[in-house]
Write a protein that binds this ligand. Structure first.
Ligand code: IPM
Ligand code: MG
Length: 364
């Protein structure tokens, strides 16, 4: 039997309860496809600050390096909000991305037919939207040097540096083309080439790479225009590839376009390691109440099956089962509305598991 080692980083707030539900789904998938998942837990975020004095202890990094994939819940909370930036839970995230070289951040944003009304956009504009934002995650202005707040002649100034090497651009752009090729074969490269040299180089590299993917349609957009097109014509996007900060902003926008944050999974992929986590945060206000939406984490686990273990069918089965659960009317409070069935974290997972059982024969 195939065996995979998964580093489990539950994190803070609702992190533990939502990852628990994802593990139930993985357990079921393991039975169906005859694979075994072995979990080892590590600390990250606020809980790691409390117990180890740092948001990303070396032990956790070691554990991740010794695993086939990493599943993360969420980090952060008001308790740690007043710490200096380099001590905050978020620092744990930035550090793990860099240390494990998780350079391609995949954030799918899809409008589920059952949730189309949850989008702030009109139904006829948004229905059918299914896009994937690929954000460069280990370089650009987030990490460039020099950086800092300085003082000169009694006046303060601050510096951040946007820097990309050719290789850093190429590897994420290539991921963009490869993934687009397996989807609807359209790639939108987003930059600010009318102003920034970094973006000019970005475009040159995209031009070079496109020769290897003649069957992928390529579109360039400036980031400001892209922000606009995302709300005007969301259905026309397939894969978007962009740098770190533009991707941070556009993926939030894509998330709101499709309606519910509680539904958005993500994968952060490098050549050696990969980490899967929901896009939403730790929601400390509802932690422990049993009402958090586990779907983003369940779909993140599904992405792990697909991208780390090549289990594409299992991914499809989970997605189908989530969709059916929504069609049956089950909703956690964050996506509930009048006339639908309000259920908790565990109950919605029960329904998803029932649907997996029901559809498993179609996804062998
Ligand atoms: C994200 C978040 C992080 C980022 C923060 C928490 C550091 O906004 O994952 O998008 O900016 O990358
Ligand atoms: Mg963000």
């Amino acid at each position: 039997m195939k065996k995979y080692k998964i580093a489990l980083l539950k994190g803070d707030g609702i992190g533990p309860e939502i990852t628990e539900q994802a593990l139930r789904v993985l357990g079921k998938i393991g039975e169906i496809y005859g694979v075994q998942f072995e979990y080892r837990e590590g600390l990250i975020g606020g809980i790691a600050i409390d117990e180890m004095g740092t948001p990303l202890p070396d032990e956790t990094l070691e554990l991740c390096r010794d695993s086939d994939a990493i599943l993360l819940g969420a980090v952060g909370g008001p308790k740690w909000d007043n710490l200096p930036t380099d001590k905050r839970p978020e620092k744990g995230l930035l550090k793990i991305r860099k240390e494990l070289d998780l350079y391609a951040n995949l954030r799918p944003a899809k409008v589920w037919d059952a949730l189309v009304a949850a989008s702030p956009l009109k139904e006829d504009v948004v229905k059918g939207t299914d896009m994937l934002v690929i954000r460069e995650l280990t370089s650009g202005i987030y990490y460039g040097e020099p950086r800092g707040i300085f003082e000169e002649g009694g006046k303060r100034y601050a510096v951040n540096t946007m820097k990309y090497t050719e290789e850093e651009i190429r590897r994420v752009v290539r991921k963009g083309f490869e993934i687009a090729k397996k989807r609807r074969r359209k790639l939108t490269s987003v930059d600010k080439a009318n102003v920034l040299e970094v973006s000019a180089l970005w475009r040159q590299v995209v031009e070079e790479e496109k020769k290897n993917f003649p069957d992928v349609e390529l579109e360039y957009l400036y980031v400001d225009n892209c922000a606009m097109q995302l709300v005007r014509r969301p259905t026309t996007f397939d894969v978007i590839v962009t740098g770190n900060i533009f991707g941070d902003i556009l993926s939030d926008e894509a998330g709101v376009v499709v309606g519910s944050l509680g539904m958005l999974p993500s994968a952060s992929i490098g050549d050696k390691y990969a980490l899967y986590e929901p896009v939403h945060g730790s929601a400390p206000d509802i932690a422990g109440k049993g009402i958090a939406n586990p779907i983003a984490t369940i779909l993140s686990a599904a992405m792990m099956l697909k991208y780390s273990f090549g289990m594409d069918k299992a991914y499809d089965l989970i997605e189908k089962s989530v969709e059916e659960t929504l069609n049956q009317g089950y909703r956690t409070p964050d996506i509930w509305s009048e006339g639908l069935i309000k259920v908790g974290t565990k109950e919605i997972t029960d329904k998803i598991l029932e649907n997996i059982e029901r559809f498993k024969g179609e996804y062998v």
